[in-house]
Write a protein that binds this ligand. Sequence first.
Ligand code: NAP
Length: 305
Amino acid sequence: MAVMYDRVALIGLGLIASSMFWAMKRADLAGEVVGYARSEETRSTARRIGLCDRICDSAIEAVEGADLVILCVPVGAMDSVAAQIAPHLKSGAVVSDVGSVKRAVIDAIGPHIPEGVHFVPAHPLAGTEQSGPESGFAELFDNRWCLLTPNGADTFETAKLRKFWEALGSKVDEMEADHHDLVLAVTSHTPHLIAYTMVGVADDLGRVTDTEVVNFSAAGFRDFTRIAASDPTMWRDVFLNNKDATLEILGRFTEELFALQRAIRQGDGDHLHDYFTRTRAVRRGIIDAGQDTDAANFGRYPAKS
Ligand code: NAP
């Protein structure tokens, strides 16, 4: 693969940025990758493990001369980081981000982008419950979707960024920002909130029943604990910045939960069976669409861990 951008700057060096670096190296997509993280600890870890070709001690230094600048910090930090780097961006540069929420991020970054610089927001739908500079790996984006929400951005630069994400291993689509936020509230944000809640409930019970919740933790609960181990800062920012869509989906979720609660109370087995048959079909659809690499586990109980 040919070099697509002579110099790429990664601001924030956690799971997503480090995975992008290794994927860029794998495909030889950048002449030079420059990195910056706010803490000295993360910068020295990055230097030690060879993350990025060069690590800078300031965000300003990192973006100077960069053709592509990607903000890989929590959603709530996008505004201040964009304000800091904006006056130092090269004319003609492209700024992008990887934030899990798009409308709030566009509103936070957009006003800082100077004349002559392009802003193309993006969101890779790929992650793990790990965080930090040592958690990344080149294959993270392989066969995963990356959604671009161009919001009127330059079409040439949008098409180029699409090719860049494809070269990182992703399938790419474009979406309007508000629609993105609603879709993600259903597929990612609310499920995370439910997992956090379930693990919280179990933790309260665990105090009552000593260590039984941990010792006899079955597949369903174990899956919840993996999701609920996700980074607290990142997820706090997701909910604070995708408030309306999350509250909308939570409202619908609560209605469904009450209906199931009533069916259990009334011994309405048909309702439960019909409901679970419908949800099982959703699962099959996801596997057929190739969106679960662990599909070999489907139908097995207990699931292989
Ligand atoms: P991460 O592993 O926790 O890394 C976050 C990075 O941002 C760290 O380098 C951290 O610096 C820096 N940072 C944190 N707070 C900051 C602040 N207030 N100002 C400046 N820098 C700050 O996070 P990640 O998982 O890579 O997530 C990064 C972005 O990708 C987020 O916007 C998230 O919504 C999005 N995203 C995440 C996933 C996922 O599953 N993890 C998937 C798709 C998109 P220090 O290390 O110096 O503290």
